[in-house]
Design a protein around this ligand. Structure first.
Ligand SMILES: *Cc1c(COP(=O)(O)O)cnc(C)c1O
Length: 410
């Protein structure tokens, strides 16, 4: 007799086999947090060069204390969505802190950066409108664009001429009331490079479009007091929608959108990922406020300085083999082939370094890479050890003058 739902198991097994055969199967790895930049995996201590915790704040003593005290005061959950009865002074305080941090009138927080994109873009654009995305935009932005029902146009990564052609096209067809929204990131999550924001701002003003910039990997790391790349360029008043996450350099969890008050009020009415989802715990919101204050303080300046010292240390040893124009903490090592990337990542793991291979569909097919990220929590000798292992184990880096034998072995 056929068991109920037995078809689903065959289907799942077949799809998993196909992924396995293509070298694309993913599995969860359970890492016990150790301290700072170290993690524990199957009884081995690994140095973590893959986290987005760029300042090491997820393990900060100040923030641990702040969160513990906030849990004692506010409890562990919020009880309901923000619009029902889950809105707490800690949420309001966080949003005021964020707005001041980002130089906007107001801000709205969500349970994650992903939820921020999914709530924001469809609330502002829909059928008949046009979204213009950089080809390398994060999945959350792409999913949000699809969900909105707007027409989607994509320009090659950071390609200003193509962007201008799409803007011209968008303004030629249809009525003047149609909204055109450009979506990009300030620092790209898998490539680590920056968008040409001043030029994009000029273009969006010329063509009367709006601009959303996702600062997930810039906030905390770049700009005065860690305010991000938009602030570093003095563009706070010219970017309509500043998006970001509390989950990376800020070390906590959640996402935000900073904008004009009227935009935020509209999102409170229309962003479905805000309306139909339980508010994040007030203790978490409280901790995020404390994190933003810490990031803006002299402590934050010190951590950013340490991060940049670590990066200079890496580049001093590998500079002729790495891109040296990446402004933030993401330093990818391009491999290409998916299986080769997996093998190299496994060899590094064996040597005690956690640097995952990033593959399709996160990046394009044949563009697999090791996504190396640096943190203020790394120590100088850890960077030196990493470089030695990279030169030994990554054929793409060991090629060249310093290792002629490796070259002939290829
Ligand atoms: C990580 C990330 C997000 C999602 O943020 P979460 O808080 O992790 O959900 C959105 N955009 C970019 C560019 C990211 O890298």
């Amino acid at each position: 007799m056929q068991e109920t739902g037995s078809g689903i198991e065959d289907r799942a097994a077949n799809e998993l086999t196909a992924l396995e055969n293509a070298g694309l199967r993913r599995n969860l790895r359970t890492l016990a947090a150790s301290c700072g930049s170290q993690v524990e995996w199957r009884g081995h201590l690994l140095l973590n060069f893959s986290s987005n915790d760029y300042l090491g704040l997820s393990a900060s003593d100040e923030l641990k204390t702040a969160m513990t005290e906030a849990v004692a005061r506010y409890g562990v959950g919020s009880g309901a969505s923000r619009l029902v009865c889950g809105n707490h002074p800690a949420h309001e305080e966080l949003e005021a802190t964020l707005a001041a941090f980002k130089g906007t009138e107001a801000a709205l927080t969500f349970s994650s950066g992903y939820a921020t994109a999914l709530g924001t873009i469809p609330a502002l654009c829909g059928t008949g409108d046009i979204l213009i995305l950089d080809k390398l935009c994060h999945a959350s932005l792409i999913d949000a664009a699809k969900l909105s029902g707007a027409t989607i146009r994509v320009f090659p990564h950071n390609h200003l001429e193509k962007l201008e052609r799409l803007l011209t096209g968008a303004r030629e067809v249809g009525d003047a009331k149609k909204r055109v929204l450009i979506v990009t990131e300030s620092i790209f999550s898998m490539d680590g490079d920056a968008a040409p924001l001043p030029e994009i701002v000029e273009l969006k003003e010329k063509y009367d479009a709006w601009l959303l910039v996702d600062e997930a990997h810039a906030v905390g790391v770049l700009g005065p007091q860690g305010r991000g790349l938009i602030a570093a360029l003095g563009l706070e008043k010219r970017v309509e929608l500043q998006m970001g996450t509390l989950s990376k350099a800020l070390g906590v969890s959640g996402g935000y959108l900073a904008a004009r008050r009227s935009v935020i009020d509209l999102l409170i009415n229309k962003a479905r990922s805000l309306i139909y989802s339980t508010a994040p715990p007030p203790a978490l919101a409280w901790t995020a406020s404390e994190s933003i204050k810490l990031v803006q303080s002299a402590v934050g300046d010190g951590l950013r300085e340490k991060l940049m010292v670590n990066k200079q240390g890496l580049l001093a040893l590998l500079g002729d083999k790495m891109r040296t124009d990446l402004p933030a903490a993401i330093m990818p090592i391009m491999i290409g082939d998916e299986s080769a990337a997996m093998r190299t990542s496994a060899a590094l793991l064996e040597a005690g370094y956690l640097i995952p291979a990033i593959r399709y569909p996160t990046v394009a097919r044949g563009a697999a890479r090791l996504r190396l990220t640096l943190s203020a929590a790394h120590e100088t000798r850890q960077i030196e050890g990493l470089v030695a292992s990279l030169l030994n184990l990554v054929p793409q880096l060991s090629r060249g003058k310093k290792n002629p034998l490796e070259k002939t072995a290829e």
